[in-house]
Design a protein around this ligand. Structure first.
Ligand SMILES: *[C@@H]1O[C@H](CO)[C@@H](O)[C@H](O)[C@H]1NC(C)=O
Ligand SMILES: *[C@@H]1O[C@H](CO)[C@@H](O)[C@H](O)[C@H]1NC(C)=O
Ligand SMILES: *[C@@H]1O[C@H](CO)[C@@H](O)[C@H](O)[C@H]1NC(C)=O
Ligand SMILES: *[C@@H]1O[C@H](CO)[C@@H](O)[C@H](O)[C@H]1NC(C)=O
Length: 208
């Protein structure tokens, strides 16, 4: 019965996951994002106590030279940062956008019409003296494998759960039968000759 239950859960999960395009958020502190060189400063609530806009998950990374490299698999990408001066966005080795003078962390670059495949986004500071404060990056990836595979999986799961339930039922019935045949007639607690019952009855009679 446990296994049948698990299969039902898996089937339910398959239906839940079948949401199509799903957003994933990468915090600036995510190990997926690499900084070359290391950020000038990593803001945490302790280091930067009162930011104008509280950063996602409490952190942001400040970069003045080099580049930030963000690999992802998906069909859309959204970059949230603030910048003094300017910065450039390079997607799969092509400059695809610029941003300049964003005082507060906001959407600085996005593209939602990419092929749903692996990409590498690079962000680098523009003119000398530019400063990027990266907060987070969102990418969308279609987690649906194929409708047929999921329906197949769900139907298969339900069929397996049903077979297992019936199997469990038959097995229990057989075990019950076996108990009956080895012990002969099934005896409950209510056989009148049971010594303890007789004693109790005698006790009651004596009390009267
Ligand atoms: C993903 O996030 C972006 C912005 O953060 C939003 O515009 C978009 O609608 C979201 N997509 C999905 C599928 O939730
Ligand atoms: C948020 O920050 C905490 C540490 O402060 C970390 O353990 C956690 O993984 C972070 N969550 C995300 C989604 O980055
Ligand atoms: C970004 O700015 C650079 C330098 O200012 C320029 O050469 C490039 O064409 C710009 N790219 C886009 C996509 O705006
Ligand atoms: C997004 O990227 C695709 C593929 O690189 C490109 O064809 C498209 O013009 C871009 N869209 C925007 C809004 O920049």
């Amino acid at each position: 019965m446990h296994l049948a239950h698990s299969l039902w859960t898996v089937a339910a999960l398959c239906v839940a996951v079948h949401g199509g395009l799903t957003n994933f958020t990468l915090d600036d502190a995510s190990p997926v994002i690499s900084y070359t060189p290391a950020p000038l400063q990593q803001c945490t609530p302790e280091v930067c106590p009162e930011p104008a806009v509280p950063p996602y998950n409490g952190t942001s990374s400040t970069v003045v030279v080099g580049h930030i490299s963000i690999p992802f698999v998906g069909s859309a990408v959204y970059v949230y940062l603030s910048v003094q001066g300017s910065c450039s966005f390079n997607l799969d080795d092509q400059v695809v956008g610029n941003a300049s003078n964003l005082e507060f962390i906001s959407l600085a670059f996005s593209n939602d019409s990419l092929p749903d495949s692996p990409h590498v986004l690079m962000i680098y500071p523009g003119l000398w003296g530019s400063l990027i404060e990266l907060d987070y990056v969102v990418f969308s990836h279609n987690v649906r494998t194929s409708r047929g595979a999921i329906i197949g999986g769900v139907v298969g799961g339900i069929a397996a759960a049903t077979v297992l339930s019936i199997g469990g039922f038959l097995l229990r019935r057989r075990q019950k039968r076996k108990q009956l045949s080895t012990r002969g007639v099934p005896l409950g607690d209510h056989w009148p000759d049971k010594p303890s019952i007789q004693l109790a009855e005698m006790g009651k009679r004596e009390q009267k």
